[in-house]
Design a protein around this ligand. Structure first.
Ligand code: VG1
Ligand code: CO
Length: 545
């Protein structure tokens, strides 16, 4: 095998964010950009010679080009084998499952998740460790540092591999094994859930579901699992063919971008009783009942509260974890179950050490991510099957289950307001302004609500002791309400300000107050404390979820 050593110079901005490095396709496709970043990853590995790498992505534009480059670079880096999904496809949770099952050294996942795709869209790349989870911040910082001084990359000279054909080929001494992207993942899910009961549920004439794959990676997974293995009628999965530009949409399963699904479930004529959707790379989920959207934070809480109904978890759970901005609904479940609840910074990489140490069974984020110890990523279809398993055991609708949950635990009314593509300097100024105000905020009253405490969330990983600072400004209000401000770490244009709003409502008589009404005072408080219009010039959020 001939290996070329190619001289290169650093690119600015190869700093991974919340979930890997995300940039416009135009940035990624500059000569050397991808190669520099991949080499910076490989330069930080020790002992990969002869080992297995897992490789795949969400099928977005540039996925196919990047995979061929990474295969040749993996050969030059001395990997012994690469398991690559057929046609370059692996959903994020499936990549995690494959890494773990095959005891791989690590994996590279090509995805910008919920960000739009296509030639003018976004691309992304993320390194996962042998536990199947995203590399921690120590590793991603080291990769960034390397990218700033890189002078050469190494790549094998070889023809493109035919990724359409299952089976083994090679690049020099490295075996390339093109695998079915679904089978290992399906096998894992089969070991967790009651497939017989779910099959029976899906066969009932009074139960109809729709899964919207949003033209993204879960199409083939959902077809095989829901329509194939579980026998749901053909057509249950819509938008099921992955497209390089996701059909021009945002593959983000929320009420704004999955509006069609929400509308279908709201229309009695559709006959639908259960709806679900997933994002670009298959790690997010949206759960919709008949005329009823389940908020992701509530979904996590319901999942935890119903663990006894699901075979793999029925024996007991060790704890739960949520990202800091996620509502505290799951904490109330943990308190009742007598298990610990952990609060981590945003991003799945912070759950890995807790899961590895057996401290938590379920993890989740307000951004529609839920998962468990079965992999080290959030897992969209896992959440859908979990809900189907609950529905198969409780003869109630989605809405009844959530309302019953609220009656028992109280309702954490929740919403997130996103202000997108703000000028980066203005966004930084807003956050810094809040930081400066922090010492004086506690004790003040706004909109009739007293701020009990205010801080900039700092996290110390209880397992490895690593610290992550400046993870979001928290205003903790009397009665358990919260307002959180943070800047997104996944966008590729300017800055996105996320404002997270939460109010605890114990009284069932108030559970029907519309979210907008219930949170209006908190919105006014957030807007005025942070001076959002004054600093950003924006009078309303772009997306409310
Ligand atoms: C967002 C979400 C976060 C999630 C991350 C990756 O990050 O808020 O909860 O973990 O996306 O999800 P940010 O920094 O933009 O708020 V995905 O589905 O893009 O892998
Ligand atoms: Co995703």
């Amino acid at each position: 095998m001939k290996i070329s050593t190619v001289a290169t110079t650093p690119f600015a901005g190869q700093k991974p964010g919340t979930s890997g490095l995300r940039k416009k396709v135009k940035v990624f496709s500059q000569p050397g950009f991808l190669e520099n970043f991949v080499q910076s990853i490989f330069d930080n590995l020790v002992g990969q010679q002869g080992q297995t790498l897992v490789l795949g992505g969400d099928g977005r534009f540039f996925n196919d080009v990047a995979i061929q480059v990474i295969l040749r670079m993996a050969a030059a880096a001395g990997f012994g084998r690469v398991l690559v999904g057929q046609n370059g496809i692996l959903s994020t949770p499936a990549a995690s499952a494959v890494i773990r099952k095959h005891r791989a050294f690590g994996g590279i996942v090509l995805s910008a998740s919920h960000n739009p795709g296509g030639p003018d869209g976004d691309f992304g790349i993320k390194y996962n460790l042998a536990n199947g989870g995203p590399a921690n911040e120590t590793f991603t910082e080291a990769v960034y540092k390397r990218s700033q001084s890189i002078a050469e990359y190494r790549i094998a000279e070889a023809d493109d591999i035919d990724l359409g054909c299952l089976g083994e080929t090679s690049i020099g001494g490295m075996v390339v094994n093109v695998i079915d992207p679904v089978s290992d993942y399906l096998e894992l899910l089969e070991s967790l859930f009651d497939f017989e009961r779910i099959t029976a549920l899906l066969a009932r004439p009074d139960f109809r579901m729709r899964f919207d794959a949003m033209h993204a990676v879960t199409g083939p997974y959902a077809r095989t699992i829901l329509e194939g293995r579980l026998g749901a009628p053909a057509g249950t999965v819509v938008n099921g063919t992955p497209l390089p530009d996701f059909g021009g949409g945002h593959p983000d399963p929320n009420p704004v971008y999955a509006a069609d699904l929400v509308a279908a479930l709201a229309d009695p004529a559709s006959g639908l009783s259960f709806g679900a959707a997933s994002d670009g790379d298959g790690d997010r989920n949206m759960i919709v009942g008949r005329g009823f959207i389940v908020s992701p934070s509530d979904s996590l809480a319901v999942i935890a509260a119903n663990y006894r109904l699901v075979p793999a978890y029925a024996a007991g759970i060790s704890g739960v974890a949520r990202s800091m901005p996620t509502s505290c609904a799951v904490d109330r479940v943990a308190a009742e179950l007598g298990v610990p609840a952990y609060e981590t910074p945003t991003g799945w990489k912070f759950f890995g050490s807790l899961l590895d140490a057996g401290k938590v069974t379920f993890c989740g984020e307000e951004s529609a991510g839920t998962g468990s110890w079965h992999v080290r990523e959030k897992d969209g279809l896992w959440a859908v099957l979990y809900w189907l398993n609950i529905l198969a055991r409780r003869d109630e609708s989605v809405e009844q289950i959530v309302r019953e949950h609220w009656r028992h635990f109280g309702r954490n009314v929740y919403s997130r307001h996103d202000y997108e593509a703000i000028d980066t300097e203005k966004a930084e100024a807003l956050m810094n302004g809040l930081r400066q105000k922090l010492p004086t905020l506690a004790g003040q009253t706004y909109e009739g609500m007293r701020i009990e405490a205010a801080d900039d969330f700092c996290y110390t990983d209880p397992i490895d002791g690593s610290q992550s600072e400046k993870q979001g400004i928290r205003l903790l209000l009397e009665g358990g309400s919260r307002v959180v401000f943070r800047l997104s770490g996944t966008g590729t244009e300017g800055a996105t300000l996320r404002v997270y709003l939460e109010r605890y409502v114990a009284d069932p008589a108030e559970h029907d107050v519309p979210v907008k009404t219930a949170l209006a005072p908190l919105v006014r408080l957030a807007v005025s404390v942070a001076d959002i219009p004054g600093i950003t010039g924006r009078n309303a959020p772009d997306v409310i979820s």
